[in-house]
Design a protein around this ligand. Structure first.
Ligand SMILES: [Cu+2]
Length: 266
């Protein structure tokens, strides 16, 4: 009788443990994926009709005196300077014909009623010629983020996160890859190499796919947006942030322009 009683207790304990573990798993998924039909507040999650989406297309301008790119201090590091025939320049302020490159544009507000499954396709951050490529990059929460070392020299990638776990990954071999993920949205995570102090890159983690980085002509495009009113932010590492509110209708393309000026205060 005693044995049966103990067996029952163990059985009940196992069932309760299993339920509580499943419960924890569900809670985590709700934060990061669209598998669940309701949002955290038990409000219905809106679905997106791909036939009724719009596009935001735009340009980021730089107003003011043209600035010369800073030369990077690679002199004491022949393992890096040999890639650049002696001179390499900072990517922190890239201006060409009045257009600003490497501005991160994203939907800051207006998508709260939607949830998105993270893509399985990874985002890659390459360490090439002792620079991060791309210099500014976006990734979704729980999307694979692959660090690649394309140089035949040691780099490390040190993440300076506030919301996510910080890490520091040594990458001693050419061709080495390490996959990371971010569990929370965060703007902006700085990445640095402790061996080469000029190696700085930026990662933005978002819980949606609506973001872009301006190209050399200052252009950006955000497609497949559900109709609605949005706050769009433009972020630049040295020039700060700017917000604009925009309303987009089904099958509409709206043009948007941001304009940054250089200020002596950083
Ligand atoms: Cu390095």
């Amino acid at each position: 009788m005693n044995l049966t009683f103990i067996a029952k207790i163990i059985y009940i304990f196992l069932i309760v443990s299993s339920l509580s573990i499943q419960g924890c798993g569900k809670k985590e998924n709700e934060n990061s994926s669209s598998q669940t039909p309701t949002s955290q507040n038990n409000k219905p999650t809106l679905s997106i009709d791909p036939q009724k989406t719009g596009t935001i297309s735009g340009k980021v301008l730089f107003k003011g005196q043209a600035l010369q790119p800073k030369e990077l201090p690679m002199g004491g590091n022949p393992e890096c300077s040999t890639f650049h025939q002696g001179k390499a320049y900072s990517e922190e302020l890239l201006v060409k014909d009045g257009a600003l490159q490497n501005v991160f544009i994203y939907i800051k507000e207006g998508l709260e009623q939607y949830s998105f499954t993270p893509p399985q396709e990874p985002v890659k951050l390459n360490q090439a010629k002792c620079l991060y490529s791309p210099h500014v990059v976006g990734v979704q929460v729980n999307q694979p983020f692959i660090l690649v070392n394309s140089d035949p020299t040691l780099h490390n990638v040190h993440s300076y996160s506030q919301a996510n776990e910080t890490w520091n990954v040594g990458m001693p071999f050419e061709g080495m890859e390490v996959t990371k993920t971010f569990s929370k949205s965060e703007i902006m995570i700085t990445l640095k190499c402790d061996l080469h102090p000029w190696m700085i890159g930026y990662v933005v983690v978002l819980n949606h796919p609506y973001f872009a980085v301006t190209d050399a002509q200052g252009h950006f495009e955000i497609k497949n947006l559900p109709p609605g009113k949005y706050v769009i932010e433009a972020w630049h590492e040295k020039l700060g942030t700017q917000d604009q509110t925009i309303e987009i209708n089904a099958q509409e393309t709206k043009e948007l322009e941001f304009s940054f000026e250089f200020s002596s205060k950083k």
